[in-house]
Design a protein around this ligand. Structure first.
Ligand SMILES: [Zn+2]
Length: 440
């Protein structure tokens, strides 16, 4: 069978290996961005290539396609071009060769999220060729640096070029709308599509305890390390209250109805029964029902017999919509006096409507291609570039629709090994995205 164009495009994108190592270190998105821009130009478009000062290798590609009715609010479609690193010895195939084998496209970024980049590039190429124009303005942003902090990508774009987003009402981006086969309690399966309509907020905090340094043989009980550890233990042991908003409620109730369960969102046990039933298919559902705070970095000390004068830590805090103030107040209380702390990142949670015309349009696209589909809202446990675009007042969804592969292949390897996208799902993704962008 001939390889479909969208799969060939994905394979090409994977070979650029635009690895983002984090902490500002990156192999760069320049070559991949230039290749994307070349494809668009060859199809008759005039994309903008933009980068932050000092970041010529961190290119972003932006293209606004005017709609037939320019009085309608516009749509933003965003996808990131960077990928996370690999541990090559964990892979059974070369991670950056863009191998198309046994019905899959293999490679780092296949799912996250060069597959969507390929779908969007192919859509624009097809529009250029056949003259299709969307009903409303569609702004395409292929951005750098999502896998780190977006300082060279989405965050910089919205800060430096807000004019690009004028008239944009809604954004779609990663990661939602991929169909999954989920088990009903009676043993049958349901085809479930989860559209991300929310994200927990990202609060990354840094703590520092200071004290007198001294000899390790003469403990005072009030040194920097001990005070920091007590604060971290209070944070780790804290039992955060349930905080289930509309999006998470919609997800639990929608899935329960589809899969033969009953849930009560005030009763954690009933919710966790559904989560346990779903296993890995539950994704972050176990964590999106309340805030969480996880110590991830601890630094102190330099010699066995010296009490250091300073100890520091970082804690990864995530808060569901509606809990920002509660989480802030609780952190103050838990950390207490004697340990300084501040926010490294303080990104608000997101919650978008799960009814209304935009939601209906996403559901209609899925149903048009998969009449047996069950569509539910979902909430991301962490965050995406959507947070940056939301600061402009844009309503955001994780929506990159794709049908499950009919012969049972499934997408795998997000941030892991042997990352792969089933070719049949990718072709379906292309059809669904074109349908959505042309009709919304
Ligand atoms: Zn991603």
């Amino acid at each position: 069978m001939q390889t479909p164009a969208v799969a060939t495009t994905l394979a090409t994108l994977i070979r650029f290996a635009p690895v983002n190592h984090g902490g500002g270190r990156s192999d760069g998105e320049r070559a991949i961005a230039e290749w994307i821009a070349d494809q668009l130009r060859a199809a008759g478009w005039a994309p903008l290539l933009l980068h932050r000062a000092g970041g010529r290798d961190r290119l972003n590609v932006v293209l606004r396609v005017p709609g037939a009715d320019r009085s309608l609010p516009g749509l933003l479609v965003h996808a990131h071009t960077d990928v996370v690193p690999v541990e090559p010895d964990q892979w059974t195939v070369p991670p950056f060769e863009g191998l198309v084998r046994a019905g899959y496209v293999y490679g780092r970024g296949a799912m996250d999220m060069l597959g969507t980049v390929a779908v969007l590039v192919e859509t624009l190429v097809a529009w250029g060729r056949d003259g299709t124009r969307p009903r409303r303005d569609v702004l395409f942003c292929f951005v750098a640096d999502e896998e780190d902090a977006g300082h060279w990508g989405a965050e910089w774009l919205v800060g430096e070029h807000p004019e690009l987003f004028e008239g944009i009402e809604v954004a779609i981006g990663e990661e939602g709308g991929m169909g999954e086969l989920m088990p009903h309690r009676d043993g049958s399966t349901r085809r479930v599509y989860t559209i991300q309509a929310g994200e927990r907020g990202t609060q990354h905090i840094a703590l520092t305890a200071r004290g007198d340094s001294g000899h390790g043989s003469r403990p005072t009980g009030d040194d920097a390390i001990t005070r920091l550890l007590h604060a971290l233990v209070r944070i780790s042991d804290h039992e955060w209250p349930l905080a289930v908003g509309d999006v998470v409620r919609g997800q639990y109730e929608g899935l329960a109805a589809a899969l033969g369960f009953t849930v009560d969102i005030t009763d954690e046990a009933s919710m966790l029964a559904l989560v346990d039933h779903l296993g890995p298919l539950a994704g972050p559902m176990r964590w999106t029902i309340r805030p969480s705070a996880t110590p991830t970095v601890v630094q102190a000390g330099y010699k066995m017999n010296v009490v250091p004068g300073q100890a520091s830590a970082q804690v990864d805090v995530r808060c569901p919509p509606g809990t920002v103030d509660l989480v802030d107040a609780t952190l103050h209380e838990l950390i207490g006096d004697g340990v300084e702390w501040h926010y490294l990142v303080n990104g608000a949670p997101l919650a978008s409507p799960t009814s209304g015309p935009w939601w209906q349009a996403m559901c209609a696209t899925i149903m048009a291609h998969d009449p047996a589909a069950v569509v539910v809202p979902g909430c991301m446990g962490g965050g995406t570039d959507a947070k940056a675009f939301a600061t402009l007042g844009i309503t955001t969804y994780g929506f990159t629709p794709a049908p499950p592969d009919a012969s049972g292949r499934f997408a795998a390897g997000y941030h892991g090994s042997d990352e792969r996208y089933p070719v049949a799902s990718l072709v379906g993704a292309q059809t669904m995205m074109r349908h959505f962008l042309a009709t919304v």
